[in-house]
Design a protein around this ligand. Structure first.
Ligand SMILES: Nc1ncnc2c1ncn2[C@@H]1O[C@H](COP(=O)(O)OP(=O)(O)OP(=O)(O)O)[C@@H](O)[C@H]1O
Ligand SMILES: [Mg+2]
Length: 352
């Protein structure tokens, strides 16, 4: 082929608390920020990662695409949660085509759903360390009806969902692009969202363990509401550090620290589980992202629980931007919220 025009894509992350859109231009092998924006969703629109109120989400996505004056219809998006299963498996060495036809039979033993009910995907990682006749493969299965709900939603917005990714792999994509692959290093990427936290452990630049924890930033709101007897709106203000009359800031900090400890404990459990199931592996560094990673107590709490250095992922690290169009301060403070959308916007057609 003489020309292969890379299709222009926008990254749309439908999080449980907000929709985020990122559009990147690519020139001379470098990304440049073209557009970004986000819009909050009401709490009941997405529950347990499933679309509950499709018409509200359609309205929000359409409104955001319009206000950002985005012309391209092609979308890269992602899913996560119970309906998505990610497993690292071993298969005999074979060609990509052979694997494509046999993965279905192989997958059956790893997936708790009927094979006919899931969409399957895989990625070959390379030979197995212990048995060089085998190759390590990342197997991904997502329930068809779950995926179809997302596809239908984008179609209703007049958009074409061309890439369907997984949240934690979008974060991995940002990490790879921004930080490169640290040989031999074992690092954990943690996306801390409103209703879930996604853990992805990488070794030699490839994913070796993933886990979705179904708890996130909403616990702060719940605890503040419960312990201070305030409404949802006030709880949100307090969580974001705004002072509210008649409420002692010390009391709020205490509740926030308790909730942070809760989340840190959940994460520690996952990391401990990883360490226990894979011999001689220890996470050496943790990278955090997602809106909740902005809460000041999160980083120190994780550092003291996990006993390793914790750093924020900077999703803009390899992306140029024009300072006249984008406020560096906004990019800096909102970076964690946009990481998944950035990873999606970096996807190109035919990527695997
Ligand atoms: N500055 C901040 N201080 C405290 N909390 C914050 C701050 N910024 C964002 N958050 C919280 O982070 C969460 C939103 O983060 P994010 O956008 O990553 O979640 P999401 O993608 O919508 O959720 P999920 O991935 O779980 O579906 C909310 O709970 C929000 O209140
Ligand atoms: Mg999210």
């Amino acid at each position: 082929m003489l020309f292969q025009k890379k299709k222009d894509l926008i990254g749309i992350d439908i999080g449980s608390s907000a929709v985020k859109i990122v559009h990147l231009k690519e020139s001379k092998g470098r990304f440049e920020l073209a557009t970004l924006g986000m819009s909050l969703l009401p709490p009941e629109a997405i529950v347990d990662n499933a679309i509950m109120d499709s018409s509200t989400i359609v309205e929000v996505v359409k409104g955001l695409v319009e206000s950002l004056k985005i012309k391209t219809k092609n979308v890269a998006t992602s899913i996560s949660g119970h309906s998505v299963i990610i497993r690292k498996i071993q298969m005999p060495i074979m060609t990509e085509e052979e694997m494509e036809s046999s993965i279905k039979w192989e997958a059956e033993q790893y997936i708790p759903f009927e094979i006919s009910e899931v969409n399957l995907d895989f990625q070959q990682l390379g030979p197995d360390e212990n048995d060089n006749s085998m190759v390590n493969v990342i197997l991904v299965a997502a329930k068809k009806d779950f995926v179809n709900d997302y596809v239908a939603l984008f179609k209703e917005c007049g958009l074409e969902p061309l890439v369907m990714d997984i949240d934690c792999f979008a974060v991995e994509n940002v990490f790879e692009t921004s930080y490169g692959m640290a040989e031999e290093e074992v690092v954990a990427l943690i996306d801390m969202g409103a209703s879930s936290m996604n853990v992805n452990v990488l070794k030699n630049g490839a994913s070796v363990f993933t886990r979705d924890i179904q708890v996130g930033g909403n616990v702060y709101n719940e605890e503040i509401q419960k312990r201070l007897g305030v409404d949802g709106e006030t709880a949100d203000k307090l969580k974001f550090g705004t002072e509210v009359d008649d409420i002692e800031p010390e009391r709020v900090s205490e509740i926030i620290e308790d909730a942070t400890e809760n989340l840190a404990q959940e994460l520690q459990r996952s990391i401990d589980f990883f360490a226990a199931t894979t011999a001689d592996e220890k996470v050496q560094k943790v990278y955090i992202t997602g809106g909740v990673s902005k809460i000041p107590s999160v980083k120190p709490a994780l550092e003291s629980r996990l006993g390793v250095a914790v750093e924020h992922i900077d999703p803009w690290r390899q992306i140029a931007h024009n300072e006249k169009d984008f406020d560096p301060e906004y990019l800096n403070t909102m970076g964690p919220v946009y990481t998944v959308a950035v990873g999606l916007a970096m996807r190109r057609m035919g990527d695997k």
